[in-house]
Design a protein around this ligand. Structure first.
Ligand code: PMP
Length: 440
């Protein structure tokens, strides 16, 4: 990239954070490293590395905020997507890749019978909730505090900034502006690893269409197996659908996702991130009976049918890339153990260093991701993670890590991919420890 273009881009991005500036303005979609004084703007990625517009190399631990489990520009994905593009980016009709991808997902996800595609995790959770309402004839939904399900009205309630009311009975509060009261009133908020949550589900069973849960919330990767088993039982007993939001956990915790990891089958599940190979993707998965109210032609208008197709849903490029990633993971399952071992290797070493110098740090991990927490108090449920304070400290860490050649995601979670070598992990540990020394 020419120096002049690089400077222009940097200035544009910088000014996009400040709407008060004069002239035409745009808002960037992501909180880039540009918010820091040492401005970094990425140009391209390959494998475990990213390169900024000034030509500097970084080890990437953001993985596109989770999707790039095989690393950047994996050959199989690039080839598959290129082949699909050459056949026409979009057909506006069913296409070969969509059919093959749907078949592959149904074969790969334990006990799945039906899959339909969306363009994002947000769309998937939004439509799954509608489907649950249509199937049960009930309207309210329950979700867990601290769980993230995207950006639609019923997702942005007691999510990221959770900690409202007592832990046994959290309040439903809109996380951001623009969320209507009807969404707040229509959502019951529960706590994970808290037995009172089951009593609340029983109490509201005649109004509750579904309980949506991140089987392993990425901000709090803890052991939820016993709780999830209880949740499966109580939802079944109450005629309330259980929706696993597997946007992060799908094809990450194990090839079969949280279903395989916890050995629990929900009624419906939502997917995104990994399944698109880096292209916009989402999917809703379930068994046939729960898809009965679903119509895709849009002409079955009326309160008995759910309509959730979209111009780009099931588009050939995403589906071709998705097939490449899922087939690669299916044929290289040892990668799950490799990623998990690499994460444990990093976590053990950075915790040991922090202990040695007396810095308050702990980590929690699950397979290919981990979260650093900047305090020593015990963590048993998402509320204990003190997310709002923790993300502030993490932001400082992110800035230091960048100086030491490692790029972190902007969401408080560190992603290790199949492309990361042991050498990369050693560099991550070194950068982390140097950063902690500077922050101390
Ligand atoms: N559910 C979960 C568990 C997520 O982590 C996310 C995104 N981080 C979403 C849903 C929304 O997905 P998207 O960003 O693709 O809309």
């Amino acid at each position: 990239m020419r120096k002049k273009d690089a400077l222009y881009l940097k200035e544009k991005i910088k000014s996009s954070y400040n709407l008060a500036e004069t002239g035409k303005q745009f808002l960037i979609a992501h909180y880039t490293a540009g918010i820091f004084n040492d401005f970094v703007f990425f140009d391209h990625g390959k494998g475990s590395k990213m390169y900024d517009i000034d030509g500097n190399e970084y080890i990437d631990c953001a993985g596109g905020i989770g999707p790039l489990i095989l690393g950047h520009s994996h050959e199989a994905v690039v080839n598959a997507a290129t082949e699909a593009i050459e056949k026409g980016c979009l057909h506006g009709l069913g296409n070969e890749y969509e059919v093959r991808f749907a078949e592959l997902l149904v074969e790969s996800i334990p006990q799945a019978e039906v899959v339909t595609f969306t363009n994002s995790g947000t769309e998937a959770t939004m439509h799954a909730i509608k489907l649950a309402r249509a199937y049960t004839g009930k309207e309210k939904i329950a979700k867990f505090e601290g769980h993230y399900h995207g950006t639609h009205e019923f997702a942005q309630i007691s999510g990221r900034t959770a900690k409202y009311g007592p832990v046994e009975r959290p309040e439903s509060v809109a996380d951001y502006a623009g969320i209507p009261e009807y969404a707040v009133d229509g959502t019951i908020t529960l706590s994970m690893n808290q037995k009172e949550s089951f009593d609340i589900i029983r109490q509201y069973k005649d109004e509750l269409a579904a309980v949506i849960v991140e089987p392993l919330p990425m901000y709090a990767p803890l052991d939820y197996k016993v709780f999830l088993k209880g949740l499966r039982e109580v939802t079944e007993e109450c005629g309330v659908l259980l929706i696993f939001d597997e946007v992060v956990t799908g094809f990450r915790l194990a090839f079969g996702g949280a279903r395989e990891y916890f050995n629990i089958i929900p009624d419906l599940a939502t997917y995104g991130k990994i399944i698109g190979g880096g292209f916009p993707a989402g999917a809703i998965v379930g068994t046939k009976k729960f898809f009965k109210p679903a119509y895709f032609d849009g002409f079955n208008i009326g309160r008995k049918s759910v309509f959730f197709t979209g111009t780009f849903s099931g588009n050939p490029v995403t589906c071709a890339a998705g097939i490449a990633v899922i087939e690669y993971l299916r044929d290289h399952k040892y990668l799950y153990e490799q990623m998990n071992q690499n994460v444990l290797y990093i976590c053990n070493q950075i915790e040991a260093h922090a202990n040695e110098i007396g810095y308050p740090l702990q980590t929690k991990s699950a397979c290919s991701l981990f979260v650093p927490y900047f305090f020593k108090e015990e963590i048993n449920k998402p509320r204990d993670t003190n997310w709002t304070n923790n993300i502030g400290q993490y932001d400082t860490l992110r800035k230091h890590m960048l100086k030491h050649g490692v790029s972190l995601s902007d969401i408080g979670v560190v992603f290790v991919t199949a492309a990361h070598s042991r050498e990369d992990c050693d560099s991550i540990v070194k950068a982390f420890n140097q950063s902690i020394d500077e922050m101390y």
